[in-house]
Design a protein around this ligand. Structure first.
Ligand SMILES: [Zn+2]
Length: 327
């Protein structure tokens, strides 16, 4: 009996010690191989950078950890300024478009895409001139998205927003504006899961639920998919039926959070047919877009959606993977 009690107390002591020593700093990341730095040491940096944009968490100078920006915000917080901006650009648009509305009708009939592509306001793409597709992932996020759209409206450009379905309901007004102004909404899964870790049914669910959420908010169903982290394997390739859009310029905007580096990464590399990867969640990306949009326009680039770019450069097929549309 005495011996049994001794063993019991040793076992209890071991159990107690184990309980207070966590096996991994963050239980949800136990499957990550790279060691995560101690969160108490990080200031103005990422605590789990290896997880990539949309997943990694940023620690500010006070040690506050931010998840994905804007995730917890309700639309009501930003809706008044959102609506004002929307109204303003709608007015501008009406003025711009009035003179060319007749050509627009013909164009949309011919293209046969009236169901998925909203009526365009007299914009014409010259297939012989260079074009670039700017893409913004991980939104919607109205504070940055509206800034980007204001600038695009000013310079007559369009962009593609690969959105996360779980965020759609909170930013319905912003999504509606994207459609109304001729931008493209792409599918970035329902809750930004890395699809290479899922089975076929789960992959299809991530894609379908995002499409449903965007459709519920806008009446438009995304036609293109961007894989979170760009991660794919055979199961992903077999189960994603839509064209998968990668990128040819990675700005690393999410990682540097540096406006100037983001601008330079585009302007020093850009060429006709590029797909540029940026992220909608960061104010520094919004600020960079305000420089990139006029500079590319002045350099002669037409800013087009991914579907527009594809349309003039050979098109896309279901299940195909594309990282650029060079001539
Ligand atoms: Zn992402």
């Amino acid at each position: 009996m005495k011996r049994f009690l001794q063993w019991t107390s040793i076992l209890m002591a071991v159990a107690l010690v184990t309980a207070f020593v966590p096996a991994a700093p963050f239980s949800s990341m136990a499957d990550e191989t790279a060691p995560a730095p101690d969160r108490t040491d990080v200031r103005n940096g990422w605590i789990d950078e290896n997880l990539g944009p949309g997943v990694a968490r940023w620690v500010d100078k006070n040690g506050n950890i931010s998840d994905q920006p804007g995730k917890a915000e309700k639309e009501s917080q930003g809706s008044s300024s959102e609506e004002t901006k929307e109204h303003k650009s709608q007015e501008q648009k009406t003025e711009d478009s009035s003179q060319e509305s007749s050509t627009n009708e013909t164009a949309s009939e011919e293209s046969g895409q009236a169901e998925t592509q909203p009526a365009e306001t007299g914009r014409q793409i010259d297939p012989n001139r260079p074009m670039v597709a700017l893409t913004f992932d991980d939104g919607p996020y109205a504070p940055v998205g509206n800034q980007i759209m204001d600038s695009l409206a000013q310079y007559g450009g369009k962009a593609t927003f690969f959105v996360v379905g779980s965020r759609a309901a909170a930013y319905e007004t912003e999504l509606k504006r994207m459609v109304a102004e001729g931008h493209e909404i792409g599918n970035h899964t329902f809750d930004h899961k890395y699809l290479n870790r899922l089975n076929g049914a789960q992959i299809q669910s991530e894609i379908n639920r995002c499409n449903d959420a965007v459709f519920a908010a806008t009446g438009v169903r995304p036609q293109l998919v961007r894989l979170p982290g760009g991660n794919k394997n055979q199961t992903v390739l077999q189960n994603v039926k839509a064209p998968m859009i990668m990128w040819s310029i990675d700005t690393l905007d999410w990682k540097t959070r540096n406006t100037n580096k983001t601008i330079q990464s585009v302007l020093t590399k850009v060429r006709d047919g590029d797909i540029v990867l940026m992220h909608e969640l960061y104010p520094q990306t919004g600020a960079a877009a305000l420089e990139i949009i006029p500079k590319l326009t002045q350099a002669g680039y037409q800013l087009v959606t991914v579907s527009e770019l594809a349309q003039y450069r050979g098109g896309v097929v279901p299940g195909g993977v594309y990282s650029q549309f060079y001539r």
